[in-house]
Design a protein around this ligand. Structure first.
Ligand code: HEM
Length: 316
């Protein structure tokens, strides 16, 4: 993931990307340090943002990363049964709603946002007044976010964190890292299936075992030493962008690397796979015919978001 201003010196694809991710001395990009530099330059108070970024494992390395990842894994595991039950209930209700549905089906409004809302409620129950803010926090990673917006988010985050126990930060971190990858990979993937199989009955579509599209297609690292990755040179201190998912890659390759790899592999993989299995089930049991409708993509680094995502459903 990335931050304001800095751009990668090297972009690596396919095997070179995997080589680099497994290379000795590769460090996570420290987003908190980038914000500390911003504070040094501007004198602004961004302390709540820095506190959050210091708790996000994607931006941490070494033993600090291991410890934080372990704490978050505990926070995640505590709610697993409840999360799966909530997801199953959501899909049961969705099946009923879809049965009577024809015409435009808004994939974001009907599927992707509500399933994320279902999950978020189990991770951060009772925090509804803060959900709008929480949904915007991933904009802190986007290099194009204005300083004004960063300050506004920081001020609201300061209020939200007041009086919260440390465990809250772990659960908040899960939600901040999971929201956009899950919501938008889901929307993009359903649309991709409609595009690949226009006019097909849902039950006849060979839905792959993993999301066919992803909202998070690269991860950034900083090289600890100069080296080459599959013949591509990079130098110590350089920011290296590793493209882990792309439509030019083999689908099996994409499926293998969808959730990243190595020390930072996604903590939300089990619940995301569980959700995708429910999508498979939904398709397998439906006679509806699907057509692609409008899709609009918005690049909000590091995420590729579906700003609009619709398909059409007809009775089969
Ligand atoms: C289809 C859905 C998802 C995709 C494609 C996805 C993708 C990824 C990728 C590629 C990484 C590695 C980042 C890196 O190496 O820098 C990652 C890390 C992570 N993801 Fe996901 N993710 C998804 C869903 C979720 C969900 C639902 C959650 C939380 C509930 C979540 C939580 C995390 C966390 C905490 C990490 C950081 C792990 C670490 O740095 O040790 N993800 N994800």
């Amino acid at each position: 993931m990335t931050e304001g201003g800095a751009t990668p010196a090297v972009v690596l694809w396919e095997d070179a990307a995997l080589d680099a991710l497994g290379a000795r001395g590769m460090q996570a990009f420290s987003m908190a340090d980038a914000y500390r530099d911003m504070v040094a330059k501007t004198g602004l108070d961004l302390s709540a943002t820095i506190r959050l970024l210091d708790a996000l494992p994607v931006f941490l390395s070494g033993t600090v990363h291991k410890q934080q990842r372990r704490d978050m894994a505990v926070a995640y595991a505590a709610g697993k049964t409840e999360q799966e039950a909530a997801v199953l209930q959501f899909f049961d209700q969705l099946r009923g709603r879809m049965a009577g549905q024809t015409g435009t089906w808004d994939v974001l409004a009907e599927l992707a946002h509500p399933i994320w809302d279902t999950l978020r409620r189990t991770i951060l129950p009772g925090k509804e007044p803060w959900y709008d803010l929480i949904d915007q926090l991933p904009d802190l990673f986007n290099p194009k976010t204005s300083l004004r917006k960063r300050v506004k988010l920081n001020d609201q985050l300061t209020q939200m964190l007041q009086g919260e126990a440390p465990d809250f930060l772990n659960r908040l971190s899960l939600v901040v890292l999971g929201a956009r990858p899950l919501t938008h990979s889901l929307a993009l993937s359903v649309h991709a299936l409609a595009q690949a199989h226009p006019g097909c009955r849902l039950r006849d579509i060979p839905v792959p075992d993993s999301f066919p599209d992803s909202a998070l297609r690269f991860v950034d690292r900083v090289a600890g030493q100069s080296d080459t990755a599959n013949g591509c040179p990079y130098h110590a201190g350089e920011r290296v962008r590793c493209v882990t998912f792309d439509e030019s890659y083999d689908p099996a390759w994409n499926a293998r690397n969808l959730y990243g790899l190595g020390a930072h592999v996604c903590l939300g993989r089990p619940i995301s796979q569980f959700i995708w299995q429910q999508v498979q089930g939904l398709f397998a049991q439906s006679d509806k015919i699907i057509f692609p409708d409008v899709i609009e993509i918005e690049n909000r680094e590091p995420f590729r978001l579906a700003a609009v995502c619709k398909v059409r459903l007809c009775d089969g």
